[in-house]
Design a protein around this ligand. Structure first.
Ligand code: F6P
Length: 484
């Protein structure tokens, strides 16, 4: 049932009417258990949701909304491999890309899904063997990923995030834009003999990628390069088109993997080259742990469910139209861009699954920059602007560098920002008055590892699933991008 047709939706509308008097400071003062109630561990991630504009009563009504809207049966249909992407008649099985090949859970999969799992692991093993070969090939010093959207943002984000695990002696470049300045700048620093081009395109038809790939091939040949088979590989569901292009080394994936959900597939090859086969397996394992959490944790302790429901509350009942992402870790600097595609391409929809126009808002606008940089730019608006923008902090306890003082200062900043947003500061004079009561979510990783990154990203995928499911939309097509 679409969210707005449930009794819980009406209940939330009533609760929202009384909500203008809600104040985070009063909520904490009157409930000693608030921090504990709204904090939880999930695989790889600790979350503190207590500084948000909600209370236990609202959360209970949101959980009822999830139940009444059938979010769980929708989730289970995804994990059974049903074609829930109805407008493209496709299953939605990016989760299968990180599923162990064997064991009780694998045995319990429907027969058709099990056969996909076999293909997944065959391709994964071949791709990881290739990644290891490239890692030990000292002649390859530069890896250039040519792809756009889901064929760029995921691997780019992950290679940057895991730079401290990356193999030494190789540089990674990501070229996405059809604007030739981007490719040109990269090519200027390369030697044909030392370069591996990865042409990453689910469809192998995307204008930007094909234009860049063709130019890369022309450049390679103009430099005297002859061995295309050694210096080009393709990551695609369209193996035939890659062959026609002249690429013989191809790693495939399947139409049940959406572009923005594809970093776990062959599209992750640059990540596997950077962090190695074991590192990539750890990334998958972290994501799989989050899949299991999403499938089995009770609703009230299910982090993707709680986050997705909070998103619905904010968007539809408090009319907060955007969410700002602030990773306090410079290696996570592409996470906001990655999440923009994940959320806005998935849930930026105006009709429900039956094609009926929706009477309520769907995807919020996502935006953000790493902290502390954002503090010296747009945080002014977050602290004192007229719009309330819920902020999502992502912090990491342990640094991977040993420079004195930096990490303490960084963490002090992120904690202080959340505190200042909530507490505000009084100044009767006006301009230095901060109303406070500004909401934020705090996600904390112990360390930024392949496993914790996998968990963090899978968490975000599933939270987008939950809000999209309540909104009754198909989160897995992208007709708007295709028209554009
Ligand atoms: O049309 C949208 C889209 O398919 C995105 O979902 C995807 O990330 C991007 O375009 C790139 O497409 P491809 O991988 O097929 O080149």
């Amino acid at each position: 049932m679409r969210g707005d047709q449930t009794a819980a939706w009406q209940g939330l509308a009533t609760l929202a009417k009384d909500f203008s008097s809600f104040d985070l400071r009063t909520a904490f003062a009157s409930d000693a258990g608030r921090a504990a109630h709204f904090s939880q561990e999930a695989p790889g991630v600790f979350a503190d949701l207590s500084k948000n504009h909600w209370d236990a009563k609202i959360e209970a009504q949101l959980l009822a909304l999830a139940t009444q809207a059938g979010v769980l049966s929708h989730r289970d249909r995804m994990f059974q491999g049903e074609a829930i992407n109805a407008t493209e008649q496709r299953a939605v099985m990016h989760w299968l890309l990180r599923h162990p090949a064997q064991g009780a859970a694998a045995d319990a999969l429907p027969v058709a899904v099990k056969s996909c799992l076999k293909d997944v692991h065959e391709t994964l093993n071949a791709m990881l063997a290739y990644a290891e070969k490239i890692r030990s090939d000292a002649d390859i010093t530069d890896v250039v990923n040519i792809g756009i959207g889901g064929s760029d943002l995921g691997p780019q984000m992950a290679v940057m995030a895991l730079q401290s695990y990356a193999v030494k002696g190789k540089r990674f470049h990501f070229v996405s834009n059809v604007d030739g300045h981007e490719l040109d700048a990269v090519l200027k620093g390369l030697k044909a003999d030392n370069t591996l081009f990865l042409v990453a395109s689910k469809t192998f038809t995307t204008l930007e990628t094909m234009t860049n790939a063709l130019s890369a091939k022309r450049w390679f040949e103009a430099q005297g390069g002859t061995d295309v088979a050694r210096h080009f590989a393709a990551l695609t569901t369209n193996v035939a088109a890659a062959a026609e292009f002249g690429i013989t080394t191809t790693f495939g994936f399947w139409d049940w993997v959406g572009g923005r959900y594809s970093m776990w597939s062959a599209i992750g090859l640059p990540v596997a080259i950077a962090i190695g086969a074991q590192g990539f397996k750890d990334l998958l394992a972290g994501a799989h742990a989050m899949d299991q959490h999403f499938q089995t944790a009770p609703l009230e302790a299910n982090l993707p469910v709680r986050l997705g429901l909070l998103d619905v509350w904010y968007r539809n009942f408090l009319n907060y139209t955007s969410r700002s992402i602030a990773p306090y870790h410079s290696a996570l600097r592409r996470v906001p861009a990655y999440l923009q595609q994940l959320e806005m391409e998935s849930n930026g929809k105006r009709v429900d699954r039956n094609g009926h126009a929706l009477p309520y808002g769907t995807s919020p606008v996502l935006w953000g920059e790493p902290g502390t940089n954002g503090q010296h730019a747009y945080f002014q608006m977050l602290h004192q602007g007229t719009d309330i923008v819920p902020l999502e902090f992502i912090a990491v306890k342990k640094p991977t560098h040993s420079l004195k003082d930096h990490h303490e200062l960084l963490l002090a900043n992120v904690i202080a920002q959340a505190q200042a947003l909530m507490q505000g500061k009084s100044d009767a004079g006006g301009h230095k008055h901060f109303t406070g009561n500004r909401p934020s979510t705090f996600l904390l990783l112990d360390e930024l590892t392949p496993a914790s990154l996998g968990a963090l990203i899978a968490l975000q995928e599933h939270r987008v699933f939950v809000s999209g499911s309540v909104w009754g939309i198909n989160s897995f097509d992208q007709w708007g991008v295709e028209l554009g």
